[in-house]
Structure formats: structure tokens, C-alpha cells
Write a new protein. Structure first.
Length: 219
């Protein structure tokens, strides 16, 4: 890990977010001070509800839950497609089911086993060969290349990997623990909302933006 990031982690999450934004040349223009926006995002990622975040920042500035939610969405749109700089040669892929509203979706995660960072994620309505093909296509579209090796749990939908020149290795436990830890960490965050995405008028786009923020924070 970068030495400067380690130093920032010893301070607090808000400073770390500011450093990462600067490192990635990301700029957010808002009438609210950037420190308050980042502090709000950090509090939300630390499991506070939108209502609790609004209460916490009231000593600095009065903002509604809707305003905070819009900050999160804007933050997510800026971070979208900025998850990682490149796709590694070896990745671990896994998927999990998560309830959003009254429907179940499949969340696919691609992780670099060397640094445990999420390099790609996708949301689909099903767990099939077609969904896996979409995962491959979107991953290629983002990075311009594909990994050489993919490690999975052996689900039949992953057989299509070889068709795209990706060596498929089936592993139980061991290196796959990386992706399972990520999934558990994310599910743990969503359990605060009883495994429902925290938006009454949710759209798939909102979910993507939320995950873009969370994965940026996780990485």
C-alpha cells in the first residue's frame, strides 16, 4: 500500500477520502464545503442512516436527507468506472444474491487476489451463461483487455470463460476467501437496512452509484 495512504489511514476516513480524490484528479463542485460533503459520505459508509448523517452535520450546516442522498449519487457518478487502474492477469470471480426492494438481484465481483481490491462489479437479474458473458464484455469494455486466469467456485455459468481465452481454475477456499470476505463486508453493510437497498424509489442506476462509492471506500 502507498506510504501516504497508510499515513492518512492513521488520521481519519475523511482525510483519506480527500487524499484519494486528489490522487485520482477528481473534482466535485458544490455550494456546500467539500469537507462537509466528504464527512457526510464517510459517516454514511460507517453505517449511519441518512437521517443520522443529517443530524451529525447539523452543528456545521443544515441539510436534508435528500441533499445528502444527492451528494452520494453525485459522488458515485464521479467514481463510476474509476475502480482500478488496470485489470490484473489473475482474478477471483464470485457472485451473491442481494434483495433490492422486493426483487432479488445477482451481484458479481471481480477481485485482484494480490491486493484484495475489487477491480470490477456487475449487477444482473439472473445467474446464467448470458449474465457471465455480459460480465466479460463489460470488463473488457472498461479495461480494453481481459484477465488471463479466472478463479471461481466452479459454477456452470463460468464455463463460457474459456470461449474468451480466459483460463478457468476451480478453487474451493484458499485464494477465493478474498472475494468471499468482500461479499460478507458488503452484505454486512446492507444488513443495516435489512438487506434492502436504502431508497424507497430505488433504480438500478442508484444501486450502481452506491456500490461505486462503497467499493471506492473499501479499496
Amino acid at each position: 500500500m502507498h506510504l501516504e495512504v497508510i499515513k492518512m489511514q492513521k488520521r481519519d476516513g475523511m482525510q483519506l477520502l480527500k487524499y484519494l480524490l486528489k490522487e485520482k484528479c477528481i473534482v466535485i463542485r458544490e455550494r456546500t464545503p467539500m469537507e462537509i460533503i466528504l464527512y457526510s459520505v464517510f459517516l454514511y459508509l460507517c453505517r449511519l442512516s441518512l437521517r443520522d448523517v443529517a443530524m451529525a452535520i447539523r452543528i456545521f450546516i443544515k441539510r436534508s436527507r435528500t441533499a445528502i442522498w444527492k451528494w452520494l449519487q453525485k459522488f458515485g457518478s464521479i467514481l463510476e468506472n474509476r475502480i482500478a487502474d488496470k485489470i490484473p492477469d489473475i482474478v477471483v470471480i464470485d457472485e451473491t444474491s442481494l434483495q433490492i426492494g422486493d426483487m432479488n438481484f445477482w451481484f458479481w465481483f471481480v477481485i485482484d487476489p494480490e491486493n484484495r481490491k475489487v477491480v470490477f462489479f456487475m449487477i444482473s437479474r439472473s445467474r446464467t451463461n448470458i449474465a457471465c458473458r455480459n460480465l466479460i464484455y463489460k470488463m473488457w469494455k472498461m479495461y480494453g483487455k481481459l484477465p488471463s486466469v479466472a478463479i471461481t467456485d466452479g459454477g456452470p455459468w463460468y464455463l463460457i470463460l474459456k470461449r474468451y481465452g480466459i483460463d478457468h481454475e476451480i478453487v474451493s477456499g484458499g485464494i477465493r476467501n478474498y472475494v468471499e470476505r468482500v461479499i460478507e463486508t458488503i452484505k454486512d453493510r446492507t444488513r443495516v437496512f435489512d438487506n434492502y437497498f436504502p431508497s424507497k424509489r430505488w433504480k438500478i442506476r442508484h444501486v450502481y452509484l452506491w456500490f461505486s462509492i462503497y467499493i471506492f471506500y473499501y479499496n
